[in-house]
Every structure is written in structure tokens, then in C-alpha cells.
Ligand binder design. Structure first.
Ligand code: ADP
Ligand code: MG
Length: 251
């Protein structure tokens, strides 16, 4: 089990009003799964991703990552886990504009203390996988949207993360480019990474192994489309949602 989340609640205090972005979400994510989190705008998808990515802490509830309770860890320890084990992809790519494709992919490895030769080898491998080898010395503004997103995906994979989290990764692309990006995530998943993508596009979500649907800060559906369960009869079914989930035992 990669992630276990129990009764996650997240509220924001904006002035007088309290906004409950997540209202008690319980779920777990298996190692090697490919989950699409879907739901209308404002349903809490990005809030959930920030919590899954250890960028944010729930107001209430418990979360474990790789069997470790991460709620009580220091900011520094959480950043360390994040840099090593989690890769992020965003709708707007979030590349550093003054750095080349090569440097953007290299940077997480610099932070992780990986030596120069190893970094160089890995950057070229990743750019090659993303079909971008010829673009290594280009700056983001010289690349198309699809190319920039592929650089961002290469960067997310730099430190061999267990979990790849993508918030609306196809949101800024036309449907053909979007489908190509989704095929890359499927390939990444087949390579052993657990993938969680956020999308409000049902056609994109349908290509994942499992769909978690949010509405108003709650999980309203949790299922495997396309008979994904039949493919692997030994694999336990996704846990049922909400109060049916047994309480989490955290060490
Ligand atoms: P989604 O990604 O599904 O569009 P979000 O997670 O961004 O939804 O937001 C869920 C709810 O929480 C929305 O009502 C949004 O307005 C609110 N919200 C998100 N971030 C903040 C914040 N920093 N401060 C106050 N309210 C927020
Ligand atoms: Mg969002």
C-alpha cells in the first residue's frame, strides 16, 4: 500500500467564512496503480493532490505514505520524502523559463545530491524516452505546449519517484496532444511508478485503472473502469469509500 488516507478534512479560513474543501475522505492507493481523480471545478481535487503530495497537511484526519505516518513529520523531513519519492506535473508545466530543457530535468537531481556524470546520463535517458533528445538545449519558450509538458514529465521522473502526481496535465492541450500525454503516463505506470492524475475530462479519466470521483469535498464514486479488475483476479478490490473503511492503524 503506497498511500492510506483516513477521514481527511481540509478547511480554509477566508475571513469570517470557513470553506471545507475536503469533508472526510478515506481511501488507499496501491503500489503500481493508476488513479484518476475527477470531479467538477471546486470539488477539492487540487486540495487533495496537495495533501497527497505532502505540500499541504489535512486539518483533520490521518495519512500514511509508504507505510509511514507523515502527519507529524517535520517540514524538512516531508520535503525530503517529496523530493525523493514524489514527482509533480502541473497544467501550466511550471518550467523554469531561464533554464534549458536539460537544466529543468537536471535540477531535482542537483537537489538530491546526484553527481554530474550520473545526472547527465539520466537527463539524456529521460529526454530520449520523452522523444525530446534534440530539444535538450532549448528554452521552454522555444518549445510547444506538448513538448513543455514532456519536459515537465521528464523532470518529475528524475529521482525515480514512487508516486507521480499530475494536476490537470492535459488541461492546456488539444485532445490529440492530451491523448499523447496520457499514453506517456500509461507507459510510466507500466514502468512501475504509481500514477495519480487529476482531470475533469471523463475521456481522460476512463483511461486510468481506477477512478475516484469527488463532489463537494467528498468521494462519491470509486471504481475501476473497463473491467480493469477482471485483468487481475488476485488483486483485491479497491476499498469501499467513507465510513465503511476500517480505522487505520498508524505506527
Ligand atoms: P478543484 O481543484 O477541484 O477545482 P480545489 O481543491 O482547488 O478544487 O478547491 C476546493 C474548494 O476549496 C473550492 O471551493 C475553493 O474555492 C476552495 N479553496 C481552495 N484553495 C483555497 C484557499 N487557499 N483558500 C480558500 N479557499 C480555497
Ligand atoms: Mg484544481
Amino acid at each position: 500500500m503506497l498511500v492510506q488516507a483516513y477521514n481527511i478534512l481540509r478547511s480554509y479560513n477566508s475571513g469570517e467564512a470557513r470553506q471545507d474543501a475536503l469533508k472526510g475522505c478515506s481511501f488507499s492507493i496501491d503500489d503500481g496503480d493508476f488513479v484518476a481523480i475527477t470531479g467538477p471545478s471546486g470539488s477539492g481535487k487540487s486540495t487533495l493532490m496537495n495533501i497527497l503530495g505532502l505540500l499541504d497537511r489535512p486539518t483533520e484526519g490521518q495519512m500514511s505514505f509508504c507505510g509511514k505516518n507523515v502527519d507529524e513529520l517535520s517540514v524538512r523531513k516531508r520535503a525530503e520524502i517529496r523530493n525523493k519519492e514524489i514527482g509533480f506535473v502541473f497544467q501550466s508545466y511550471n518550467l523554469l523559463q531561464r533554464h534549458t530543457a536539460f537544466e529543468n530535468v537536471e535540477l531535482p537531481m542537483v537537489y538530491a545530491g546526484i553527481g554530474k556524470n550520473e545526472r547527465r546520463k539520466r537527463v539524456f535517458e529521460l529526454l530520449d524516452t520523452m522523444d525530446l533528445k534534440a530539444r535538450h538545449s532549448n528554452y521552454p519558450r522555444e518549445l510547444s505546449g506538448g513538448e513543455q509538458q514532456r519536459v515537465a514529465i521528464a523532470r518529475a521522473l528524475a529521482n525515480h519517484p514512487k508516486l507521480v502526481l499530475a494536476d490537470e496535465p492535459t488541461g492546456a492541450l488539444d485532445s490529440e496532444r492530451g491523448n499523447q500525454i496520457l499514453s506517456l503516463f500509461q507507459k510510466i505506470n507500466q514502468g512501475g511508478h504509481t500514477v495519480v492524475i487529476i482531470t475533469h475530462d471523463d475521456a481522460i479519466a476512463a483511461r486510468a485503472k481506477r477512478i475516484l470521483r469527488l463532489r463537494d469535498g467528498q468521494i462519491i464514486e470509486d471504481f475501476r473502469p473497463n473491467g480493469a479488475d477482471e485483468l487481475d483476479p488476485l488483486k483485491p478490490l479497491a476499498p469501499t469509500i467513507g465510513p465503511k473503511l476500517p480505522p487505520l492503524v498508524l505506527r
